[in-house]
Design a protein around this ligand. Structure first.
Ligand code: HEC
Length: 478
């Protein structure tokens, strides 16, 4: 803290500009700045609340020197054609220095007060210190550049300072948003160049990698990861998760009730020790249940299946397959409409988006025999609205020919599910509504392996009430 006060006093002196010789000041201050991280040691402990309170203004304050430094560069370039801007640039440089120094002090308060440690914090802090030293040197050489005694040194320095700024800001961004903030939505080919930091490559395909790690990564790693290690605990790799915190293990394999991690996430959210801390999004009941089941089964990093944990298929949503052009059949399609009463309606103006089979106006008398002629257009039909029609189990013979079918409404019909297996060849089927039918859970068996079928509705059916297990495996998985 004393160092910071000295720095402050020195900066004020510097602003008065009558300091001489300037280089002596610059080197003195630089030495002080470099000594700062050694004077204020980050010990991973949280300190007085007021330190944290002030410190939390750092992320807000830093935008001042950042903006000013960019403005400074713009002014210096613009002054080549508008010389009267040159004076303003000098003033902005001093403002950048002063606000930069204040931001640095608040940043150190934040890290020290909040007990933040880790390599990213250190890189960010050294970046900030380097920036201030560069700014000091800029301020020292600028007068010589203005008077024409030197030519290149100042612009070069300014460019270097801007690069340091970008790097430091990125480190700071990683601290607040997590390491993968910039790369998360990166296009696939680029992403391969920047492999994600947290991947337990050796356990690919395991329940841990597919279900447990993603939960901890999304909800805990911001504070228990590479950039911050609260309580000395990291949850972003299996080995570190099992190693536990500075006080020991947080997972007791086979014994969820003795696992500190599970205890902390199941406390009342108002409890001081509730995790995730600081009002971050809590774990959902499903997530907690799966972590419990996984610990109970031994917390293995390699097991590829754990009874009770449903893994979402990796290729969860395959891209929608366009259908062929039906334009040449338009006359037939219209004729069909007037003879059968059911309509084939285009999804959009693009033929490749397919057709919807609609029966609304004649639903009560639309039966298997009337459905049969639609085989003629089978490959173009992407949706069949057969809810509350008179179709029966025989309709599946026809429907199994609708190879591009994505959504099938059979709610309120007489189907029992006896021949549901005929649908299993419909690889595009995503939505199946069987609510209000007599379908049993046994009848649903053959549908389990269907790759795209994520939404099955079974409200008010024997399947819904007879078996919880079937329901939860077939429930919509989003
Ligand atoms: C906003 C920051 C933050 C988030 C997010 C967070 N934690 Fe913590 N965690 C802390 C802090 C700070 C401590 C130390 C203070 C304490 O024990 O309450 C801690 C301590 C813990 C401890 C106790 C370690 C020990 O041995 O004392 C466990 C276990 C834990 N966290 C698990 C989790 C889990 C699981 C998640 C994700 C669901 C999570 N944390 C998310 C900040 C966080």
């Amino acid at each position: 803290m004393i160092a910071a006060e000295k720095l402050w006093a020195a900066l004020k002196l510097l602003r008065t500009r009558d300091v001489s010789p300037p280089w002596l000041w610059t080197s003195g201050l630089s030495v002080l700045l470099v000594a700062l991280p050694f004077a204020v040691r980050l010990d991973g402990q949280q300190h007085a609340d007021w330190l944290q309170f002030l410190g939390r203004f750092h992320p807000l304050l830093v935008h001042l020197p950042i903006g000013l430094l960019v403005l400074l560069s713009i002014l210096e370039v613009a002054a080549n054609s508008r010389p009267n801007l040159r004076d303003a640039a000098g003033f902005v440089l001093y403002l950048t220095l002063v606000t930069g120094a204040i931001s640095l002090i608040f940043g150190i308060l934040l890290a020290y007060g909040g007990g933040v440690v880790g390599s990213t914090v250190m890189r960010h802090m050294w970046g900030g210190i380097a920036l201030l030293i560069e700014l000091l040197v800029c301020a020292t050489v600028r007068p010589a550049w203005i008077s024409g005694r030197i030519e290149r040194a100042y612009p070069t320095l300014l460019a270097v300072t801007l690069l340091t700024l970008a790097w430091t800001a990125h480190q700071g961004g990683s601290l607040t948003h997590g390491n993968d903030y910039l790369t998360d939505y990166m296009p696939g080919p680029l992403k391969r160049l920047f492999p994600s930091s947290a991947s337990d490559a050796a356990y690919a395909g395991s329940v841990y990698v597919r279900r447990i790690h993603p939960i901890l990564d999304a909800k805990c790693a911001a504070c228990h990861g590479a950039s911050k290690e609260r309580a000395g605990l990291r949850l972003d790799f299996y080995e570190l998760l099992m190693k536990g915190s500075k006080d020991g293990a947080v997972i007791a394999p086979g014994n969820p009730d003795h696992s500190l991690l599970l205890q902390r996430v199941t406390l009342s959210p108002s409890d001081h020790h509730f995790m995730p801390a600081e009002g971050r999004t809590p774990l959902s009941p499903d997530e907690i249940a799966d972590i419990r089941t996984w610990i109970l089964a031994g917390a293995s990093p390699t097991a590829t299946s754990v009874p009770g944990i449903t893994l979402i298929a990796e290729n969860a949503e395959l891209p929608i397959q366009p259908v062929a052009d039906y334009s040449s059949l338009m006359t037939e399609i219209r004729a069909m409409q007037s003879s059968q009463g059911a309509k084939l309606v285009a999804v959009s103006a693009k033929p490749s988006d397919g057709l919807i089979l609609q029966t609304v106006d004649i639903a009560f008398k639309f039966d298997d025999a009337q459905l049969a002629p639609f085989r003629r257009f089978a490959p173009f039909i992407v949706e069949a609205e057969l809810g509350r029609t008179a179709v029966s189990d025989d309709c599946f013979d026809t429907l199994s020919k609708f190879t591009n079918l994505r959504a099938l409404h059979l709610e309120g019909t007489a189907v029992t599910g006896r021949s549901l297996s005929k649908l299993s060849s419909l690889s595009q089927l995503r939505y199946l509504n069987l609510s209000g039918t007599k379908v049993t859970s046994e009848a649903l068996g053959p549908l389990k392996g269907m790759p795209n079928l994520h939404h099955i509705y079974l409200f008010d059916t024997p399947a819904e009430s007879s078996s919880q297990a079937t329901d939860s495996t077939l429930r919509s998985t989003q």
